[in-house]
Every structure is written in C-alpha cells, then in structure tokens.
Design a binder for this molecule. Structure first.
Ligand code: ZN
Ligand code: ZN
Length: 370
C-alpha cells in the first residue's frame, strides 16, 4: 500500500520549500522505506534550491536522513523493519569504480543522486496524478518518509539519537573522510581547515582525533573561529579581506615550515592560493567546495614543485557502509564530538533553518520530524 507523507517541495528555483502531502511508492526490489526522525541540511541542498544543477522540479531534496525502517523490498537483507538507520548517497554497485570500492566516484553518481527519478525511470512521489521528483541522493529526506536503497541505508546503533546521527550521512562523512582517508592526517602533522563550516569542522575533528600537533581554523566569521577553538583548534586566523600572500604568511607565522595537511571548503581563489603557499614541502591540500559555474582559481604552479599535492575528493573518499559505522563508533568512544555544531529545528521550520544557515547563524541545522 503506497503511503502518504508530508514533504518539503521545491517548486521553483530560489523559492522557499513548501510543506505538502505526497504519496510515496511501495519499496521495489533493493529499496527500503524509512520513517524519518531527523534530517540534516547540507549546502548541497541549498545549492540545488538556488541554482540550476540539472535537478528537475518540483523536487523533494534532503540527503542526511535518519529514521526507522518500515518495510524493505525484495533482495534487501542487511536491514529489516524496525531497524534504526542513517541514509547516505546512492551508487550503482556495479560500475568500475563501485566494484573497486570507490562508490563515491560511481559512473552513475549524477543520475542516481540528482536525476529525480528511480533507476527504472519511475517517479517516487505523486500528488494525485502529478509526479513529484525525488530520490535525491537516493532518499529525498526533507519528508516524513523516504524511499532509499539497500546500498545507501546504513544500520545505526541503538544508543545514538537520530538528530545526532543524521549528519553522518553526508556532511560529517565528507569532512572527516577527507582528513582520515584522503589526507591520512597523523600526529606528526600540522593541520589547517580553510572555512570552518560544518564540513570543515568535521575535518578538524578528525585531525583532533588523530592528534595532529597544531590545528588551525581559518574563517571570515569570528563566531565560527570561537566554535572551532572550543572543538579543538589550537590556533585561528580571521581571514576577512585577506589576500593570498597574507594568509600564507599568517599560516607560516604559526608553523614556520608550513602546514602538512589542509582542507579547503571555501573554493575561493585567494584562500586556496594562500593555503597552497602556506603548505609545507610534501604537504597535501584537499579541495571540497562545489563552486558556482564560471569560478576559476589561480595558483602559482611553482608552489607544487616542493612535492606538494592539490587533490579533490567527494564524500570523504568513503564507502558509507564501512565508514559511517566506523565514524559513529569514534563518536560513541568520545573521540569525535560534533554535537556543538548542531542546531535542531522542527521540520515545519525548514525555511527558517535554511535562512539561518545561509546567514551563518546556524552551522549545522538538523530538522526533527517527530
Ligand atoms: Zn557505480
Ligand atoms: Zn551533502
């Protein structure tokens, strides 16, 4: 029996979300129906709300869902009705990169996560006869219920509240995974994060967990630097109006030989260039920001000659089925405390939560459905 649920629908680019009733299809083969309890808001949701990115409208966004499994389709064996779960990004499971344990670089990533339809072309939600696009990141969790897949449904331990667990599905996985997996931060490293939003802070928490000797937070908002210090940064740099050379000097004033590992979440040319010039020999810097079309970043190529590496990463180079339970265990062991960056909002206040995040008043809003 298809169920009805409340979903936050994006009807027009740039418009607020509108809470409406929709009908959700039954779980087909390989699918999982989840009653959502919480969903984090990520800048990817806001990006699709504001800018044309090939996602058809009307659409239900949301890709950090957590809740309880109501029913599963044929062939789903690792979760069952009643299980607590976190939802992550979708991947096909059979392309070259998926078969080599790199689902984050799935050949069908865009179609499966942004395409708006299920793999068989069906639309997951309806209002009467009108189709509502969904399946955003294999879930569309700005809703009371979501249709996910076995591959992006991750079982959750009983003792982690849903509102704390939801952001592991994307933002925490992205930031922390970049530090643990892509950059392999170590106690002997000096670490810096450029842009101390939720993804940057998650990367920083991984550096704290790994015991990096110096941890520098860089941001143009003083309150975020305060939060970063409370969460483990040893130094902070207020970068408002700083040119690239000034940022490099400020980093080298803290670590004269340069920083060993840097995560950039800004995608801003002067910041990236400054970070690269503040990087130690053989240092590595990862770029995570999705920049607006037309954005260009200028670097001095000679900086790369010191054995420095500039890399990009998606979803923390992580396979959610392995990485999310591992990271949640770090959290349960008290080694990854992301709670100070979260702010809870009732699901009905979704537009207020988005506005507060965009204005920098909320670092990581989490919508609570029940
Ligand atoms: Zn694939
Ligand atoms: Zn995200």
């Amino acid at each position: 029996m298809p169920i009805t649920t409340t979903a936050a629908i994006l009807r027009q680019r740039g418009a607020p979300f509108s809470l409406e009733t929709v009908t959700l299809a039954d779980p087909g083969p390989g699918q999982v129906l989840v009653k959502l309890a919480a969903c984090g808001i990520c800048f990817t949701d806001v990006g699709v709300q504001r800018y044309e990115q090939g996602t058809p409208l009307p659409h239900v966004l949301g890709h950090e869902g957590a809740g309880t499994v109501l029913s599963v389709g044929e062939g789903v064996t690792h979760v069952a009705a009643g299980d607590r779960v976190v939802l992550s990004y979708a991947s096909c499971g059979h392309c070259g990169n998926c078969s080599h344990d790199h689902p984050q670089y799935c050949a069908s990533f865009m179609a499966l996560n942004y395409g708006g339809v299920l793999p068989d072309g069906a639309v997951p939600m309806h209002q009467g006869d009108t189709p509502i696009y969904g399946g955003f990141f294999g879930q569309s969790s700005f809703a009371g219920h979501a249709l996910a897949y076995a591959r992006n449904t991750v079982k959750l331990a009983d003792d982690v509240p849903f509102a704390l667990a939801a952001p592991f599905g994307c933002g925490l996985q992205t930031g922390a995974g970049t530090a643990y997996n892509t950059l392999d931060v170590q106690p002997g490293h000096g670490f810096a994060v450029l842009g101390a939003g939720s993804v940057g802070l998650a990367a920083m928490l991984a550096a704290v967990d790994r015991g990096c000797h110096t941890i520098i937070a860089v941001d143009r908002v003083a309150e975020r630097l305060e939060l970063a210090r409370a969460m483990g940064a040893t130094h902070s740099i207020l970068s408002t109006g700083m040119a690239a050379a000034d940022l490099a000097l400020a980093l080298r004033a803290i670590i004269a030989t340069g920083v060993d590992r840097i995560v950039d979440t800004t995608g801003v040319s002067a910041v990236v260039r400054g970070g690269l010039e503040g990087l130690a020999q053989m240092g590595q810097m990862a770029l995570l920001a999705v920049t607006a079309p037309g954005t260009e970043i200028t670097i001095n190529p000679n900086t790369l000659l010191g054995g420095r590496r500039l890399v990009g990463a998606v979803e923390g180079d992580a396979d959610p089925q392995a990485f999310i339970p591992w990271l949640i265990d770090r959290h349960r062991a008290g080694r990854f405390n992301h709670a100070p960056m979260l702010q809870s909002y009732d699901f009905a206040a979704i537009n207020e939560a988005v506005a507060n995040m965009a204005a920098g008043r909320a670092v990581k809003p989490v919508l609570v459905m029940e």
